[in-house]
Design a protein around this ligand. Structure first.
Ligand code: PMP
Length: 461
């Protein structure tokens, strides 16, 4: 269908309600229409090439245009486009993927429960965790603890587990039985860069908030703790190395289940197959989505560790939960092709040993920019914190909207970076090369320069 950009925008504004969007404001401005992707680039309807440093929405890990994934989908659609697995049936794609996931997962994970998204996976967690404690004869263990500024999806349970204040303000959230603690975000509390020792101590302090919350609620009432190894949507908040092992100790001490939301961190993003492996945690449940299919088709799920799996299988009877598209054959076939590609190209090791460290170097260099208060990376995720005064780390006020200003310059200059408040974040495709990281860093610097000029002109400094 060939239409002009204006025609697309008019139809979009007339009919398409976008997620997390001020509908009226967008209709007035007009969407950017993305028409094509190849490798790490996308193109808009005006023909402009854009470096997609966000991998779509943290998901296109193998990049755009991978024929192997197209072929897998085509073949599966031809053979068996859909069948359910509710009534004592299964099909080869879902079985083979479950087997592969068990192989790739950390030790102790032999089972998977499928959904179609990260949100559905985290909804499954709420039901599965509570069911687990029922089976254990402790039905009062209902409460799941998440974190402020965590993100676990946008369904009722997903948004409740997450700690996004703006989301809780709409629709009567959080649902009952969900509590939150603070996030391990150094700069939320400190206006100094922090020495390694100070940051390590802060990691223990932030984990201690979990202990305090458990004591407040009564350990006998707490079912699970859920967190992202690195908070993605919250702004690429990378915890100190001391944080996750301490969280693990606290959960173990109270027998509480630990859930690692790997919807972003899973499948190589942090330089290991799963983020919990990078950060030294041994969760009981792992939720995944996005990178499992590189976003080519929707798929998500929960990897179920031995402790929970044994209870559900041996003593649980029927688990009254599931989705029409649990283990959708086309999605599973695409996931298998995607995981095969990640393995064949050794992308996880490449991120850990080559491109991840190379991006870290590029970010260390960007840290000298006058607008950048702090630059950090973990594998192929990165954050730049934009500040008014580099020496004192004085932030811009929210009225300035420095992140959105910077994002607009990126948008206008062939680069997708995301703004979360005053943090500019990236998560480029795992196939990105060193030369492309050089190009990415050069474009980021140019956009920072343009943002600085605008800040000077506008009297924001
Ligand atoms: N968990 C995390 C950590 C996420 O980043 C996201 C989505 N960004 C979700 C869950 C929700 O996934 P979905 O949008 O596929 O429902």
């Amino acid at each position: 269908m060939t239409r002009t950009t204006r025609e697309w925008q008019a139809a979009d504004a007339a009919h398409f309600l976008h997620p997390f969007t001020d509908f009226q404001a967008l209709a007035a401005k007009g969407s950017r229409i993305i028409t094509r992707g190849e490798g790490i680039h996308i193109w808009d309807s005006e023909g402009q090439q854009i470096l997609d440093a966000m991998s779509g929405l943290w998901c296109v890990n193998v990049g755009y245009g991978q024929q192997a994934l197209v072929d897998a989908a085509t073949e599966q659609m031809r053979t068996l486009p859909f069948y359910n697995s509710f009534f004592q049936t299964a099909h080869p794609a879902a079985i083979a993927l479950a087997e592969t996931l068990a192989e790739l997962a950390p030790p102790g994970f032999q089972h998977v429960f499928y959904g179609s998204s990260g949100s559905e996976s985290n909804d499954t967690v709420v039901r599965m965790v509570r069911r687990y404690w029922d089976i254990q004869g402790q039905p009062q263990r209902q409460i799941l603890i998440g974190r402020h500024n965590g993100y676990h999806g946008s369904t009722m349970a997903g948004a409740s587990l997450g700690g996004m204040a703006a989301m809780h303000a709409q629709g009567g959230l959080p649902i009952p039985g969900i509590a939150h603690i603070g996030q391990p975000h150094w700069h939320e509390h400190h206006r100094t860069p922090g020495t390694p020792e100070e940051r390590a101590a802060f990691g223990l302090e932030a984990a201690g908030w979990l202990e305090a919350k458990i004591q407040e609620l009564g350990p006998e009432n707490v079912a699970a703790f859920i967190g992202e190894p690195v908070q993605g949507a919250g702004g690429v908040i990378i915890p100190p190395a001391t944080y996750w092992p301490e969280i693990q100790r606290i959960c173990d001490r109270h027998g509480i289940l630990l859930v690692s939301d790997e919807v972003i961190c899973g499948f190589g993003r942090t330089g290991q197959w799963f983020g919990c492996q990078t950060f030294g945690a041994k969760p009981d449940l792992i939720t995944f989505a996005k990178g499992v299919t590189s976003g080519y088709v929707p798929l998500g799920g929960v990897l179920v560790g031995e402790r929970v799996a044994r209870a559900l299988i041996e003593r649980g009877g029927e688990f009254e939960h599931g989705y029409t598209y649990s283990g959708h054959p086309v999605a599973c076939a695409v996931a298998l092709a995607n995981l095969r590609l990640i393995r064949e190209r050794d992308l996880v090791r490449q991120v850990r040993e080559d491109t991840g460290p190379y991006l870290a170097q590029a970010y260390a260099a960007l840290a000298d920019h006058p607008l950048v208060g702090h630059a950090e990376t973990c594998g192929l995720m990165g954050a730049l914190w934009l500040v008014r005064d580099k020496a004192t780390l004085q932030p811009f006020g929210p009225e300035v909207g420095i992140g959105m200003a910077c994002r607009a310059h990126c948008f206008g200059n062939g680069l997708i970076m995301r703004a979360v408040g005053d943090r500019m974040i990236i998560a480029p495709p795992l196939i990105i090369t060193r030369a492309q990281i050089d190009e990415l860093a050069a474009r980021i610097r140019r956009c920072l320069d343009l943002t600085l000029e605008q800040a000077q002109r506008s009297g924001w400094l």
